[in-house]
Design a protein around this ligand. Structure first.
Ligand code: DGL
Length: 265
């Protein structure tokens, strides 16, 4: 038994998609969430900068006595996981491996699409992870950088989102995939739009779902489950991004965040 909190971090509010799944699977866990709203987006930045920002996020979460860190951000998980692993003596769970596993299990025709930020797609992390599990699977990847600002603007299910998705997914639609990995924290919020563009024959994979299961398994293995928690504390590095407003809407409850100076960590 370990009643310490689970730390979850992301470049902004998108990582709440992972918090939501964790709450379903592990309702007795306390969660400390950090969204680096001062420095979002990570998806267009270099790997070194993303690693540096992520290390600061983990150091901040460690000040809250976390027992494990969940990297909710796909860009961080894709490019910086290995470096972070060597820097911290702490169980670290990323979203790539669980997302890739879910996609491999879902595909029947062995043709999988992956969409994500420029950083995630450039890293080839999903392709590598999928092909490591099943080399004969064909993977088609596409960066969709405009999806993040569309979600942040609250335009997820509008004509703008639909037209953008249609443009980005034009080539993907020709590849006869039957499974598409939503390889970015924000994309599950565009699920309806993406599904209407891709058609009902394509299964959409939200890596957050399998990530939450992985966290649960790992805590059981570590004998680190909490038996009396259930609280969530939210921290951000800047209030400018409307974290509380959009976050409250997404979490279906009023959330209050505390702003911290991430440069101290
Ligand atoms: N959280 C990022 C991801 O999942 C998306 C937002 C960003 O670019 O920072 O890749």
């Amino acid at each position: 038994m370990d009643n310490g909190p689970i730390g979850v971090f992301d470049s902004g509010l998108g990582g709440l998609t992972v918090v939501k799944e964790l709450m379903k699977v592990l309702p007795n866990e306390d969660i400390v969430y950090f969204g680096d709203t001062a420095r979002i987006p990570y998806g267009t930045r270099s790997r070194d900068i993303v690693t540096k920002y992520s290390a600061q996020s983990i150091r901040f979460l460690l000040s809250k006595n976390i027992k494990m860190a969940v990297i909710a951000c796909n860009t961080v998980s894709a490019g910086s996981y290995d470096s972070l692993k060597t820097m911290f003596d702490l169980p670290l769970v990323g979203v790539i491996e669980p997302g890739a596993t879910a996609a491999v299990e879902a595909t029947k025709n062995k043709r999988i699409g992956v969409i994500g930020t420029t950083g995630t797609i450039r890293s080839n992390a999903y392709t590598y992870s999928i092909k490591k599990k099943e080399p004969e699977i064909s993977v088609f990847a596409q960066a969709c950088p405009l999806f993040v600002p569309i979600v942040e603007e609250g335009w997820s299910n509008t004509g703008v989102a639909y037209l953008t998705a249609e443009r980005y997914l034009r080539e993907m639609r020709k590849q006869q995939i039957d499974t598409l990995v939503l390889g970015c924290t924000h994309y599950p919020l565009l699920e309806k739009t993406i599904s209407s563009v891709m058609g009902s024959g394509v299964v959409l994979i939200n890596p957050a779902v399998n990530t939450a299961r992985r966290v649960s398994e790992l805590l059981s293995e570590m004998q680190g489950l909490n038996d009396k928690g259930g609280s969530i504390s939210y921290y951000v590095s800047d209030f400018g991004q409307g974290f509380q407003k959009i976050g409250s809407h997404f979490m279906n409850e009023e959330i209050t965040a505390e702003c911290i100076d991430i440069e101290k960590y």
